[in-house]
Design a protein around this ligand. Structure first.
Ligand code: AMP
Length: 445
């Protein structure tokens, strides 16, 4: 299959050619033709599937072919995203794909001064990528009008609800013209998402794709039980003894991110951090330095890392388990992309056993445990069983097993650069298309 066979116009085909995109990804093959026809769409797809081009390309084409020139303070297509990083990234994609088209795109998000954004909107913007809160501020200050709006895209809709944007989304929807095309992309489909979709979309086409290379994806996942207070010591021990090249490390809180970053730097490890308290420019710089290989360890919260295009990570470390089980799937999706072999290790303390159980239920696997001699926890992590059960009564702490052969294997075998020595890859279950957890309130990270 080619992009030309999907009905894209020449200027877009030339751009794709220049970018080296030869074959459409599954989400692109499924989404582009119906979007070009003007249909509403509900797509189960996460970052890494090529979903951005899946909606950006046909949307740019529709804006070229239909509708009047954009009037001042107006927008013709609105893309709502959960985070500033994603706003920048998605707008960058529009810029790239639309480089030969006479259309203007812009990203507006909170945490930075609103005045330049108001100035920018004066001329009118064909594609506005925005976070919901800042968009509402702009709307209430009459800096943006929706009377020319042709298309609305909700990108990472589940995440917007997780971050507590439900109210803002409702307010935005009520300000939009009823006659429009609406596209909803989400990695997961909870009851709340489906309710929102039924209110927002008009007879939508449903598509579902698994993460890119999901079938061939080989992510070796395991956990190391450890006492909470010894996690950073264990991380340093692993980093140094296993000579990790680069690692993306997820920590639950902003404070925890800063603490680990400081600890690593004190030990001479080049580390940087991204979380919600850091200014936008600092976050983008950290990400760029990580991509350029200037820093070895990038420590992040889930929200800050969400949606960022960090491909081909050899190693993801869950320093803390995520509160929301689906985030585990997103985190480990950073590794093992494009057919590469990836590893995902979780440092798990006794307090986290319920989180572990939720992850194991979601991914339909029990993560294998590897004890690290010298780090056997005083507070044992209760055993978990298939189906999400936790064995209540913790057994007495045993002496470390150095040799393999028992239930817990030897760490050395699995962390060496020879990936074939790692435990057999467990296929991570596709992010569930339907059914899920209720909306989470409050913003984190
Ligand atoms: P996304 O899922 O939209 O975040 O895209 C993931 C990555 O895949 C981005 O770096 C895109 O530039 C890249 N990409 C998207 N579509 C294609 C394609 N058809 N061929 C090659 N790379 C692509």
């Amino acid at each position: 299959m080619t992009f030309a066979s999907l009905g894209l116009i020449d200027p877009l085909l030339r751009t794709l050619d220049g970018l080296g995109y030869v074959t459409p990804t599954p989400v692109q093959a499924q989404a582009i033709p119906p979007i070009l026809k003007g249909l509403d769409l509900m797509a189960a797809a996460q970052t890494g599937t090529g979903k951005t081009a899946g909606f950006a390309l046909p949307l740019l084409q529709r804006l070229m072919m239909e509708g009047p020139e954009v009037a001042s303070n107006s927008v013709r297509a609105l893309v709502l995203v959960p985070t500033r990083e994603l706003a920048e990234q998605v707008q960058q994609s529009f810029q790239t794909y639309g480089q030969d088209l006479p259309l203007r795109s812009y990203a507006a998000y909170g945490g930075v001064s609103i005045n330049p954004q108001m100035m920018k909107l004066r001329k009118g913007i064909d594609v506005l990528v925005a976070t919901p809160g800042r968009l509402l501020d702009l709307y209430r200050q009459k800096a943006v009008k929706f009377n020319q709006l042709q298309v609305l895209v909700l990108d990472e809709a589940d995440r917007m609800l997780d971050l507590g944007f439900a109210r803002e989304l409702q307010d935005v929807f009520s300000a939009l013209p009823k006659k429009r095309q609406t596209l909803l992309f989400s990695a997961t489909f909870s009851e709340a998402i489906r309710t929102m979709a039924s209110e927002m979309l008009n007879d939508p086409l449903n598509i579902s794709v698994s993460p890119r290379n999901a079938a061939a994806k080989s992510v070796k996942q395991w956990l190391i039980p450890v006492d909470k207070k010894r996690k950073s010591e264990l991380f340093l021990h692993l980093y140094q003894s296993k000579r990790w090249s680069q690692a993306l490390v997820f920590v639950k809180t902003r404070k925890g991110v800063d603490e680990l970053e400081g600890e690593l730097q004190r030990h001479g490890i080049s580390a940087d951090a991204i979380h919600g308290d850091k200014p936008q420019a600092t976050r983008l710089r950290a990400l760029q330095r990580f991509k350029d290989g200037e820093i070895k360890v990038l420590v992040a919260t889930d929200v800050a890392a969400r949606g960022l295009d960090i491909d081909d990570m050899p190693l993801v470390v869950n320093f803390d388990l995520p509160i929301v089980a689906e985030d585990y799937v997103h985190r480990i999706g950073r590794t093992g992309r494009a057919g590469a072999t990836g590893q995902a290790v979780s440092l798990v303390c006794a307090d986290e056993v319920q989180l572990l159980s939720a992850i194991e239920t979601l991914t339909q696997q029990v993560l294998q445990r590897i004890d690290v001699p010298d780090f056997i926890p005083d507070h044992r992590v209760p055993q978990t069983l298939p189906g999400g059960q936790v064995v209540k009564k913790p057994k007495k702490a045993k002496k470390p097993k150095v040799a393999s052969g028992g239930k817990a294997g030897s760490l050395g075998r699995w962390l060496e650069s020879d990936a074939s020595a790692a435990p057999a890859a467990k296929a991570v279950r596709k992010v569930p298309s339907f059914g899920g957890k209720p909306v989470k309130g409050g913003r984190k990270a």
